[in-house]
Ligand binder design. Sequence first.
Ligand SMILES: Nc1ncnc2c1ncn2[C@@H]1O[C@H](COP(=O)(O)OP(=O)(O)OP(=O)(O)O)[C@@H](O)[C@H]1O
Ligand SMILES: [Mg+2]
Length: 355
Amino acid sequence: MHQYLQLNGITKTYGDFTALKKVDLTIEKGEFVTFLGPSGSGKTTTLMIIAGFEKATAGDVLVEGKSLSGLAPHERNIGIVFQNYALFPHKTAVENVYFPLQMRGVRRGEGLKKADEMLALVGLGGFGKRYPKELSGGQQQRVALARALVFEPSLLLLDEPLGALDKNLREQMQIEIKRIQRALGVTTIFVTHDQSEAMSMSDRIVVFEKGEIQQAATPLEIYHKPQTRFVAGFIGESNLVPARIGDAAANQAESTALGICDYAPTESAVTDGQDVTLLIRPEHIRLSRNPIEGRKNVRMQVETIVNYGDNALVIGKVGDLQMRVRVLGADVVIIKEGEECCISWQPEAVFVVPR
Ligand SMILES: Nc1ncnc2c1ncn2[C@@H]1O[C@H](COP(=O)(O)OP(=O)(O)OP(=O)(O)O)[C@@H](O)[C@H]1O
Ligand SMILES: [Mg+2]
């Protein structure tokens, strides 16, 4: 593994609006990186700058140490699939896939053969002669993917390519894209709004907010060690509890609502008296009638129970603080809306969010 793609201080302004602020990021060869973030956070703008469709106001994009500035999009050897990146309607599937090869001067016979092989790779062997209107949405998406891959790009950029698909097809395509990406070893940046998609597909997730990278880390790190309050709140379900470090040496914080709270040893430096946010995931909290020994217990007034079949979400109040608890289906029958219960957790469930 080595540094393959490097974004150095990419800034993009439109008039007096700053869409990207000094974005730094390094991606390794063969990595599958997902950009995740709210609408308008700068994901597409970053892809457009990498692809060469937009020019950065400041900063540089390097591939294997060489700047891409001065190279037109078609000179960058990048495969691109956008959400509504339409196929040519008057060309068959195989002609669509052949197109980028044709642009690169590959002869028809050889090019069509390659296009056929690529269609087979995306699971569309035998569909080459169909026109786009004779294919389902997912099949069209796969043709677009084949078209982006057929010229063996060194980098693949996928901007919400599955947005238009229904849930089942979407899951099928997620698996398909991962399989093809692994088989070809192509470095990939995938943009999505969908955090479970990001979690399941990525080697690394880059969380964008307001034109800045909040955190770039593995899915598990993003989930278990969010470095900012934004990431802690954006990824997964969370209880974010305002607190103050009481005794840093003893890993103890004080929260108005929860009282003294032991937390998991933290890698970030915190000092006594510092205001922090504690993250407690709903699935790490237990619900019971009576306090459980050896755990931190507080009383919760249950307000809402949402049943999902195999599990339920219990929402309640501890003082003024709203808490969410995930329980397995069978556990929830012990409690009803409007009742009081005990919620409890272990210190390891309490993570100090550094920023
Ligand atoms: N040509 C433009 N002129 C002015 N502002 C723009 C232009 N293009 C993008 N922006 C702004 O830059 C910001 C980032 O846009 P971008 O398309 O990168 O967001 P995104 O993260 O891809 O969002 P989404 O998830 O909605 O696709 C937005 O606030 C957008 O309005
Ligand atoms: Mg976008």
